[in-house]
Design a protein around this ligand. Structure first.
Ligand code: IPE
Ligand code: IPE
Ligand code: MG
Length: 246
């Protein structure tokens, strides 16, 4: 089952959940699940590029994930460094442009450096744009945008009554990128967990019980097929949408 090419989402966002439960099922430690999840990231990036998705945004670590045991947080941070070391050359070969969004200043200097290097290496690529959200929270993103607009207003550069949705969106981490059309969440939970609160306003939501380390191209295609079956109405009636399509 694969989606029709004309109904491919421009932007897909993914909450990669279920690594810990996958590891527990194997009788292994949680970090084994995170490690196994890297393979699914690779498969998803490849599938997105092959199917003609333009933007892929992956939730790798939330602002709330700092609450996890120190040992798990530090093994995740080491995994990010290792994954960057291993994967960037291949992403670059595949014309992928890598970007990191989130409170990156909270990360170690070494990791920040690797991220900046990866962004620089791939900055000129014209293929899939891969945004990786690390230390990211939807509320944090909105509060930062509000702070920035408030400072501009206080400095007399902006009249508060001129603030509109476009101006607000321009202050967010994903400024300049179209909103996600499709949100995929693995691991069985049907919640947003403080991901892209502003940008997901009209996304189609697709949930699967498959745990992230078992997510693959076939599952990605299932999500695309679900997306292709949806009529996006944005408040209009179905008849209005059909008439506009003719
Ligand atoms: C998602 O898997 C990865 C991160 C949040 C970093 P989890 O680690 O949340 O896996 P579960 O939900 O405990 O199974
Ligand atoms: C969401 O997963 C964050 C990421 C996938 C990075 P969580 O496992 O942290 O979400 P909750 O805590 O179950 O809502
Ligand atoms: Mg989880």
């Amino acid at each position: 089952m694969s989606a029709q090419p004309n109904n491919i989402p421009t932007h897909v966002a993914v909450i990669m959940d279920g690594n810990g439960r996958w590891a527990r099922r194997q009788g292994k430690a949680r970090h084994t699940g995170h490690r196994a999840g890297v393979k699914s990231v690779r498969a998803t990036v490849e599938a997105a590029a092959e199917r003609g998705v333009s933007y892929l945004t992956l939730f790798a670590f939330s602002s709330e994930n700092w609450r996890r045991p120190e040992e798990e947080v530090s093994s995740l941070m080491s995994l990010f460094v290792e994954a960057l070391r291993r994967e960037v050359a291949e992403l670059h070969r595949n014309n992928v442009r890598l970007r990191f969004v989130g409170a990156l200043e909270q990360l170690s200097g070494g990791l920040q450096k690797k991220m900046a290097e990866a962004e620089k290496t791939t900055a000129g690529n014209s293929g899939l744009v891969l945004n990786v959200a690390v230390a990211f929270g939807g509320r944090w993103d909105i509060v930062k945008a509000a702070q920035s607009l408030a400072s501009k207003s206080a400095a007399g550069k902006l009249d508060a009554s001129d603030i509109d949705e476009d101006m607000f969106a321009d202050e967010l981490q994903l400024a300049g990128i179209p909103d996600p059309d499709l949100l995929i969440r693995t691991g069985g939970e049907q919640r947003i967990s403080n991901f892209l609160l502003w940008n997901l306003a009209y996304a189609e939501l697709w949930f699967t019980d498959v745990l992230w380390p078992e997510f693959d191209k076939t599952e990605f295609d299932r999500a695309l097929a679900y997306f292709a079956s949806k009529q996006r109405r944005y408040g209009h009636t179905g008849d209005q949408v059909e008439a506009a399509e003719c």
